[in-house]
Write a protein that binds this ligand. Sequence first.
Ligand code: GLA
Length: 385
Amino acid sequence: MLEIASKVIEEYSSKFESLPVLIYSPGRVNLIGEHTDYNDGFVLPAAIDKVIVVAIAKNNLNMIRACAVDMEEYQEVDLSKELNSKPGEWISYVKGVVSELQKKGYEPGGFDIAFGGDIPIGAGLSSSAALEGGLLKGLDTLFDLGLDGELMAKIGQLTEHNHVGVRCGIMDQFINIHGKDKYVLRLDCRTLEYEYFPFDRKDIRIVLCNSKVSHNLASSEYNVRRAQCEEGVQIIKEHNPFVENLRDVSLDLLYAHQREMDEVVFKRCKYVIEENQRVIDACLDLEKDDLVRFGLRMQESHKGLSEDYEVSCAELDTLVDIAKDLPGVLGCRMMGGGFGGCTINLVEKKHLDSFKDTVEAEYLEKTGIQTEIYITKLGDGVRVV
Ligand code: GLA
């Protein structure tokens, strides 16, 4: 059993008497396809072996008693009252999930919950989607709600929109549920159709470098990016009614309307259209087992995110600059929403030690910040253990 699981169970047992169900709910990486999900595009994420552990049982009290183990905090929520949530508080995720379930006509009763994990918070590995997914899996199991994976992902996403204040796409919640060990998943965020691609090269590792810049402040900028994409779509749609989303727009069509658009909106749209194509091409590279081409696309993705979409930051750019020409690095880029969090690097196993040493030393020298480096294994989606 994971060390963190023992800690969560211990904490649970010190507060509550019942025997809980135990759930592992993973964080995620995204190989390529950033900020494409809310534009109805493609993404290529995978679940990882870092998890939030949830211990949960019914309490027959019509209340939630919740314990955030890592934060050493405890809160109670009366389910007979309205579930008001304040963005920024961990309990908002719990209340949000329950409230979104209620809106869909499900009535989970009272429950006791303790959770904690080893997914670094604010590092762009989707600890919040892991909490939502873990809780949903727990409630589904306890109260026989009969939720399918797609609905669970949507409820997690609505929790972010309505209770956390981030108008996120569906990637993080979807992969938390559908992740499969040794595979990455290409998701079509329009139809929610998905396909698994094996990702199990013995000679290559997925390495994350934490900039240690917390991305928590990024939510407002995230929503601004989303609005800019929508603005671009509105302009193109005026003459092309079939266009519902950037997914429907080719680069040629975008250029045809460039003059009608603000320069910034144009850049945002251009990035999304190009990135979407990169995901499709990167999957062809995977089919050919061509990780060299794949890595080059990661580099292009970073350039677009940094220069056109402008969601990188000096620290992430520094990490990428240090890593990109090191021996054994096939590709690297910022990952997730941006403004901090981690870079994702594909590194040949035989060069791991020197990669780690060099990135740590140079990042410290250039920024004064000690990075944390995680050699990541892929893992399964949310599960009862
Ligand atoms: C965050 C959001 C996702 C996605 C990424 C960027 O992780 O939660 O929906 O938009 O940013 O790709």
